[in-house]
Write a protein that binds this ligand. Structure first.
Ligand code: GLY
Length: 565
């Protein structure tokens, strides 16, 4: 080999090595990468179980069922069969849809059921204990999905959760702390010791044989294994003994609804999200379409102008949310008008870069509902490129705290997502929140925002979050992080977040947020709230990279985990 050839080869090698080094450097800020399929969820066990189903040849929907039930066992704070949820899907061919398996108000529920004789709200009743429970929808949802899209037998999809419940889960420090924090309320509500009512330490193992038996019944009897027979008896007896109103008729009559997703364009990307009874899709569309003409990417991320623009769009959208949105089977919702450019630009006429808009100067009903933040989200992409985005909830941590001992599971407190006292005029005399008033068999308004994004006809991102009313703004910030600020999925989910929801009229910042911007915001009249130790959302997301590989974003705020192959 002559000198020139040697130099040439060395040069080429150096260039290749350099390229590789740059790639490796870039890869460093990325989350977990997989070639074919991925699950990102709140628990490692659940992500692994979902992934294993796809390794066996199952699709994203099969994996969803297995992941969901694994979360029920391993993440009882929000994983559930005693609650409900929403699923948005996108098939590899681009078709999409949404399933609503939100809880429903019991047949005996009434508009004023949480008011005392003087008409005052008995707020605890909608939050804790048997009266707070909506009719659960999760099992009906999972069976509906299996009937439509499943390719692996339901027995095979349920078995891993049964095995996990029998073998027991090893709890993390965060789980031990959270369980210990709720010990007293478990005892108060259930009036006896329940499985979870102990002093826990990280590393302890919790076995749940009663739950394994419930899952066995569901495995052999199908959805009737939950809504009829023994499990239904256990639920109704427990709830009625504690003063609740759910009957066998409620359980037998529970039904799911296929809904048309909210689909809109943002800067050339197609966003597919959850329609009512979630407010998520509509509010996301309102906020993104409001800020689109301002080209937010020109402002530094999390800078004064960035925050201002977002807050003003959020303020206006949440004001609308509280007045217009509810269960579409009970109220007419003008989706197109609420998300039209004409309407949204009119709403922004009062926006001024030099001064904060006051929420009290914006019309629309008062925000009566309280939403808790204990929900869970997971994202899945399969080998074919099908994707599901699922957010499921008991509402508060461990829901109503009512634990069906013989069934081994908690029941939700989703009734608190209704407006418990609609018709109360706000400070402008407007009658607000009627759209979300309580009625028998109605579904309560939600903020859950399972979302999928498509770019140039290809799957781009699957994401969602828990966080009550902050779900929408969490999803929003992650969308902007990736689409406008070119962040990796891992960077995006890790970034500090903020939130404004019209009322209360303040911007909530996560404790980790850089405080240097606060003084300039305050000068413009914004109220800043970073007083409590605050975590906003917990995003579990998947990004499809230009070369087709998948990047997981498992939010470091929790024990969340991406698994893939
Ligand atoms: N319970 C939280 C939500 O549905 O938004």
């Amino acid at each position: 080999m002559n000198k020139i050839s040697l130099l040439l080869i060395t040069g080429i090698l150096l260039i290749c090595c350099r390229k590789k080094t740059i790639q490796n450097m870039k890869e460093k800020s990325r989350g977990f990468i997989a070639e074919n399929a991925m699950v990102v969820s709140a628990r490692e066990e659940a992500s692994k179980i979902g992934l294993d189903i796809m390794k066996q040849g199952g699709n994203a929907f099969d994996a969803m069922i297995a992941t969901d039930l694994a979360l029920l066992v391993s993440y009882p704070v929000a994983g559930n069969i005693g609650g409900g949820g929403f699923m948005v899907f996108r098939m590899a061919d681009g078709t999409s849809g949404a399933l609503d398996y939100r809880e429903m108000a019991p047949i005996l529920a009434t508009k004023n059921m949480y008011l005392d004789q003087e008409g005052k709200v008995m707020s605890e009743k909608s939050k804790t204990g048997a009266l707070a429970i909506g009719v659960p929808g999760t099992i009906a949802g999972l069976f509906e999905i299996h009937n439509k899209f499943g390719t692996i037998s339901i027995e095979k999809l349920i078995q891993p959760a049964i095995n996990l419940a029998n073998a027991g889960i090893v709890i993390t420090l965060a789980q031990a702390n959270r369980l210990n924090q709720h010990k007293a309320s478990f005892r108060n509500v259930n009036q006896r010791q329940i499985l979870y009512d102990k002093q826990w330490r990280a590393g302890d193992i919790i076995k749940n044989p009663s739950l394994a038996k419930t899952l066995e019944r569901i495995k052999t009897e199908g959805r009737d294994g939950f809504y009829k027979g023994k499990t239904a008896d256990f639920i109704v007896n427990k709830v009625q003994n504690l003063g609740g109103i759910i009957t066998k008729e409620d359980l037998e009559n529970y039904n799911v609804k296929w809904r048309d997703p909210i689909i809109f364009n943002y800067n050339g990307h197609k966003i597919i999200s959850m329609p009512p009874p979630s407010s998520g899709g509509i509010c996301l569309a309102q906020i993104l379409k409001t800020i689109e003409p301002y080209n937010i990417g020109q402002y530094k991320h999390n800078s004064k102008k960035y925050i201002q623009l977002m807050v003003e769009a959020e303020r206006r959208s949440y004001a609308d949310r509280s007045y217009f949105l509810g269960d579409p089977d009970f109220v007419d919702i003008s989706k197109d008008s609420l998300t039209s450019i004409k309407y949204l630009s009119k709403r922004m006429k009062s926006f001024n870069w030099d001064k904060a808009t006051k929420s009290s100067d914006l019309s629309r009903g008062s925000f009566l509902g309280h939403e808790s933040d204990e929900t869970t989200h997971y994202s899945i992409v399969d080998c074919e490129g099908n994707s599901v985005s699922v957010t499921t909830t008991l509402n508060g941590a461990y829901g109503s705290k009512v634990f069906v001992d013989k069934g081994g599971f908690f029941l939700n407190n989703e009734m608190d997502d209704f407006s418990v006292k609609p018709g109360t005029p706000n400070m402008f005399g407007l009658i607000g929140a009627e759209a979300n008033s309580i009625a028998a068999k109605k579904r309560m308004l939600s903020s859950m925002t399972p979302t999928i994004i498509e770019t140039n006809g290809q799957l781009k991102m699957v994401l969602g979050s828990p966080g009550g009313s902050t779900i929408i703004t969490t999803v929003l910030q992650n969308i902007l992080n990736v689409l406008d600020y070119n962040m990796t999925m891992e960077e995006s989910v890790s970034k500090p977040r903020f939130h404004h929801q019209w009322l209360p009229d303040n911007i909530k910042f996560e404790t980790s947020f850089d405080t240097t911007v606060f003084s300039s915001l305050k000068k413009l009249g914004y109220k800043v709230d970073n007083s409590d130790f605050l975590v906003i959302g917990k995003t579990d997301a998947i990004l499809v990279l230009p070369d087709g590989r998948l990047e997981g974003g498992a939010d470091p705020r929790g024990d969340d985990k991406a698994e893939g192959f």
